[in-house]
Design a protein around this ligand. Structure first.
Ligand code: PLP
Length: 405
């Protein structure tokens, strides 16, 4: 009996074969901002349309960025991709490419604070209006669409409350209205493959799990050839004209880190799953999509590439801001991780989203979403002894909660 081949994004990356200039096992790094032409007429042609193997200027394309982009397109099963200097650059270039003055978009109310701030404070200055909705209710998304809507925007698993988007349902709505579905997959690389579920454009902050070493800021847009061509169009493309080019040295190092992503993600996920289950047993208020108590646990089970687990992010609620602050300081003192924003590092990272990464969201809206001051967002590290980590964390939580806020 023939079984349909399971999609394996990690294997797709590994199947690529890039040789360095002298047969090196890593592709050579192209350390040039500009490129020569034998013929002046060829230069003129490249200004008009992309010619394979022909480079003009590194802000437009460079070979090193192309290697990383190709690997990311394989991972996301899209025709093409382009890397950018940050995740925010990937987001803003995509949105500004798709929207003009007078256009609207429908966005999850629960997205990374920077995305929220851009849509709330900057995009309206260019005549772009956003309807923020509860993304877990696709019917509200459908209701918010008007004749001016150009796209639906969401995160596969949201920052910071770990809400799971029903990408298939959102894609149906987008297709019905002939608009784009844009999905930020930063929290769940390899775990969720949004394009396979119907997303048109997949965005990443490479800064997080994909690079995994907290040493650089970078982003990517994975999409059709047509959209990537639009982005780098010399006369009209936001990725070309806003200029968020990634440095090729960094691009080369992110590509090398990408090759161990599957191992890291599995370890992040299994550590987070273990801690979430233990926290639950101890009566600690924990939110993790791998727990059956998570409201979209079943949905993520249907969407995910199961072998990579439910991801490395979990959230606990210790009731008050004071308790949250004390606990984070205590966990850092006990070397359980760092009190730092960002995620996907080998060490555990924790922050209080209400007063940091989501502080752009007004207080009353945060309350409505359940983003309370006692929440701690934790990016679980690659801890080699997670049992010991749990015991230490439990001691920290108990001793901090003993003292009234
Ligand atoms: N998307 C998500 C889900 C994020 O968490 C972040 C940053 O925290 C970004 C995008 C922005 O990425 P960058 O910091 O690389 O610009």
């Amino acid at each position: 009996m023939l079984y349909p081949m399971k999609f394996n994004p990690a294997q797709n990356i590994q199947n690529l074969q890039f040789f360095g200039e002298f047969g090196g096992v890593n592709p050579s790094i192209e350390d040039s901002s500009t490129y020569t032409f034998h013929k002046a007429s060829k230069m003129e042609e490249v200004f008009e349309k992309e010619i394979e193997g022909c480079y003009l200027y590194s802000r437009h394309w460079n070979p090193t960025n192309r290697y990383l982009s190709q690997a990311l397109a394989k991972m996301e099963n899209t025709e093409s991709a382009i890397v950018t200097a940050s995740g925010m650059a990937a987001i803003t270039c995509t949105l500004m490419q798709l929207c003009s003055a007078g256009d609207e978009l429908v966005c999850s109310r629960m997205v990374y604070g920077g995305t929220y701030a851009f849509l709330k404070n900057v995009a309206p200055r260019f005549g772009i209006k956003t309807h923020f909705v509860d993304i877990t209710k696709p019917e509200l998304v459908a209701k918010a669409i008007t004749p001016s809507t150009k796209l639906i925007y969401c995160e596969s698993v949201s920052n910071p409350l770990l809400e799971v988007s029903d990408i298939k349902a959102l894609s149906k709505i987008a297709k019905k209205h002939n608009i784009k579905l844009v999905v930020d997959n930063t929290f769940t690389p390899l775990i969720v493959s949004p394009a396979n579920l119907g997303a048109d454009i997949v965005i990443h902050s490479l800064t997080k799990f994909i690079n995994g070493t907290s040493d650089t800021v970078a982003g990517a847009i994975c999409a059709s050839n047509e959209f990537i061509q639009q982005l780098i169009d010399v006369h009209q493309g936001t990725a070309m004209l806003f200029g968020p080019v990634m440095d090729s040295m960094r691009s080369a190092s992110v590509l090398k880190n990408l090759h161990s992503l599957h191992l890291r993600i599995k370890q992040h996920s299994s550590n987070a799953q273990y801690l979430a289950e233990k926290f639950l047993e101890e009566g600690i208020d924990v939110r993790y999509p791998g727990l059956s108590s998570h409201p979209q646990h079943k949905l993520l089970l249907q969407e995910m590439n199961a072998e990579f687990g439910f991801g490395g992010m979990l959230v606990i609620n210790v009731g008050t801001k004071k308790h949250a602050y004390r606990l984070m300081e205590r966990m850092q003192q006990d070397n359980l991780g760092y009190l730092a924003v960002s995620l996907g590092f080998y060490k555990t990272l924790f922050s209080s989203p209400g007063s940091s990464t989501s502080s752009e969201i007004p207080e009353e809206e945060r309350e409505a979403m359940g983003l309370s001051d006692g929440l701690i967002r934790i990016s679980i590290g690659l801890d080699a002894n997670i049992h010991e980590t749990f015991q230490k964390m439990k001691n920290c939580i108990e001793s901090v909660l003993e003292v009234p806020a």
